[in-house]
Design a protein around this ligand. Structure first.
Ligand SMILES: [Mg+2]
Length: 280
């Protein structure tokens, strides 16, 4: 029996080789092969906004996806005959968490926290406030302050903390509680009628963590930082989800486990019947 697969993957440092580790020269071609199978529906799940998704597809010669969950989960688009259309029911759904408060009102509530530096305008949207945060400050305490301010506004938020290793800066996203990458994938899963056994996710860093430690079968690429490997293993165990987490390894495949080769390695592990379709 031929299975279908909703292949959801992060972009930067997961299929885009823009980290410190090298990419195998054949890794991306194998990933293209995987995504080209008629059984596979491809979803990009990323912190980028749509324009930067398009740019990465062009710059890095990536396969065109069928869907894109962008802005760390706050927007979802369908791609049809090279046209993108936003799935607006998603925005309506996540809006409820902010109880009618606007981006501007949240901004104002957080402006008294001096360590937070607002990211560029293109990285903000109605349901996403994004800040830079130095790595040498007491992050836990700052996150606590953010939480307190948002509580006072009666806003139900998810705080997503990531580190940009390249730039050596912290990234903080304030999102509606139900607008993380995980919730975006679950929404798409429901809309498209996929079962849990028909989905795979791949990622590399902090904002992927909610999916990596969930019951969704997930791949952590080999180039991920040691800290995130330990953290995701630990939390997946706590959640009883260690069987649905796969850590790609350099030595486990001729193409290695970094970036897209790691995604292919994990897809072969979880769905050998689909792996068998890839020419060796
Ligand atoms: Mg990433």
């Amino acid at each position: 029996m031929m299975h279908r697969l909703l292949l959801c993957t992060d972009m930067d440092r997961t299929i885009i080789p823009n980290g410190r580790q090298p990419e195998h020269p054949d890794g991306k071609e194998r990933f293209h092969q995987l995504c080209g199978l008629p059984q596979v529906t491809l979803v990009y799940v990323t912190g980028r906004h749509l324009q930067l998704v398009n740019q990465a597809i062009a710059d890095y010669d990536l396969p065109n996806p069928d869907y894109a969950i962008t802005d760390v989960g706050t927007k979802i688009y369908r791609r049809d005959q090279s046209q993108w259309s936003e799935m607006l029911t998603w925005q309506t759904q996540i809006a409820a968490d902010w109880r009618g408060k606007t981006h501007g009102q949240l901004l104002k509530a957080l402006e008294g926290i001096p360590e937070l530096a607002l990211q560029e305008k293109s990285k903000q949207n109605d349901f996403k406030l994004s800040y830079y945060l130095p790595l040498n400050v007491d992050q836990d305490n700052i996150l606590k302050c953010v939480e307190q301010q948002l509580d006072q506004l009666d806003v139900d938020a998810s705080l997503i903390w990531s580190i940009d290793e390249q730039e050596q800066v912290g990234l903080l996203d304030v999102l509606p509680r139900n607008a993380t990458k995980l919730h975006g994938i679950e929404f798409l899963q429901q809309q498209l009628g996929y079962g849990l056994q028909e989905i795979i996710f791949a990622g590399d860093s902090g904002n992927d963590l909610p999916v990596l430690i969930s019951s969704i079968r997930s791949i952590l690429v080999a180039n991920a930082e040691t800290e995130i490997k330990q953290q995701s293993l630990e939390l997946a165990k706590q959640n009883g989800c260690e069987d649905s987490l796969y850590l790609a390894r350099q030595e486990s495949s001729p193409l290695g486990g970094n970036y897209s080769a790691g995604v292919v390695q994990g897809a072969e592990f979880f769905t050998p019947e689909i792996g068998a379709l890839l020419k060796v």
